[in-house]
Ligand binder design. Structure first.
Ligand SMILES: Cc1ncc(COP(=O)(O)O)c(C=O)c1O
Length: 391
């Protein structure tokens, strides 16, 4: 035995997610306020709940790509939101959340030894999925001084003749950063120049503040044919438990994803697909209402955190996370999160859970009520006074 036991060798570089570790610790402090969640604390809109109940008799397999009505509605969405045409017959796939779409996109395009550029800090699924596919993850630093966005020069310097895929995620988890039109255009230009496939994770596209606009990567010149756009009902419609995501892309890549999907998931839960259809076709006011509330909470966290000694926080323009710099505490983010949990009874996620460039930061989710956030901030303020090194 080589220390991996009966586990397959391909899993040897995989570690459990740092977020899960935090969840496990959270159980030991039952009255802690959790700012760890990556899911809205809202219920799905009423019409979604109703459509799910009405569809419960749909007890059979659906087509691998998803029910035609949902694919047609998604095709209309792409036209409406991005001005792009995707054929519902072969350029759209409905998946088990955005999570499965990410797996399929990488498994279907990455060859062993291919390099995949992944954002760091970045969503915890990217690196493991690159490894599943036999690829080599190459971390692209998203630096605070650059607004947690890619530096074009740095991306160029990391590209080699083995680079095949670039994963992008804006609005970004964990930093809340978003791309301007010009930022997105620059990244698109690099992808075209180097003939990269782009996996663009846009699950937070509707959770934007201060009038920011979303720029779908597939809309830039030369990008539609090389981009797999990943999206999900989880965040926009507070439907995390329904497990419905989707991807748009050129026919050859979507068909490659379908090949993997039909032998792994077969199809997405049928009633959940009808619920997703209702979400798309029904009123979008609940989404706007949710975003207004997120915006109020973001303002609270941003202003209060910046008043607390030890935290320096950038104003996030999207998603529902703040990612303050905690370097003043002079300890690793994991240790600081443990201290906040056990002394302040506030659970947060260490930046290191999102990659090595996440060290020096922690992630706080504001998918928690305003009142709980206020209480959490009071507790953090008190604990910080005790934890800061005395000069
Ligand atoms: C950036 C990003 N992409 C994808 C997902 C996957 O979400 P789901 O599988 O629920 O659609 C998440 C969830 O946290 C996320 O933060």
């Amino acid at each position: 035995m080589d220390g991996v036991g009966r586990k397959a060798l391909r899993l040897r570089r995989l570690k459990p997610s740092g977020i899960r570790r935090m969840f496990a610790s959270l159980r030991k402090v039952p009255d802690a306020i959790s700012l760890t969640l990556g899911e809205p604390d809202f219920s799905p809109p009423e019409h979604v709940l109703q459509a799910f109940t009405e569809a419960k008799k749909q007890s059979h397999y659906t087509p691998n790509l998803g029910i035609p009505e949902l694919r047609e509605a998604l095709s209309r969405k792409a036209k409406r939101d991005y001005g792009l045409s995707y054929d519902p017959e072969n350029e759209i796939i409905v998946t088990v959340g955005g999570t499965e779409a990410i797996f399929l996109a990488l498994f279907a395009t990455v060859n062993p030894g291919d390099e995949v550029l992944i954002p760091d800090p970045g969503f915890v699924c990217y690196e493991p999925n690159v490894l599943f596919a036999g690829g080599t993850p190459v971390a692209v630093p998203l630096r605070e001084e650059n607004g947690f966005k890619h530096s074009v020069e740095e991306v160029r310097s990391l590209i080699t003749d083995k680079s095949r895929v670039m994963i992008l995620n804006f609005p970004n988890n964990p930093t809340g950063s978003t791309l301007s039109y010009d930022d997105a255009a620059e990244l698109a230009k690099i992808a075209v120049e180097h003939d990269l496939i782009v996996v663009s994770d846009e699950v937070y596209e509707k959770i934007l503040y201060d009038g920011m606009e979303h720029h779908c990567l597939a809309t830039f010149p030369g990008m539609r044919e090389r981009t797999i756009v990943i999206n999900s009902f989880s965040k926009t419609y507070a439907m995390t438990g329904y497990r419905v995501g989707y991807a748009y892309g050129p026919e050859d890549l979507i068909q490659a994803m379908k090949l993997v999907h039909q032998y792994t998931a077969a199809c997405v839960n049928g009633p959940a697909q009808y619920a997703a259809l209702a979400a798309l076709e029904g009123s979008q006011e609940p989404v706007r209402e949710m975003v207004r509330e997120f915006s109020r909470r973001r303002d609270l966290l941003y202003s209060r955190l910046n008043e607390i000694e030890g935290f320096e926080c950038m104003l996030p323009k999207g998603a529902f996370y703040v990612f303050p710099n905690i370097k003043a505490f002079n300890m690793p983010s994991e240790e600081l999160c443990d201290k906040f949990l056990y002394t302040a009874k506030v659970a947060t996620v260490p930046g290191s859970a999102f990659g090595k460039y996440g060290e020096g930061y922690i992630r706080l989710s504001y998918a928690t009520s305003y009142e709980k956030l206020e209480e959490a901030l009071n507790r953090l303020e008190k604990a910080s006074r005790e934890l800061l090194p005395t000069s």
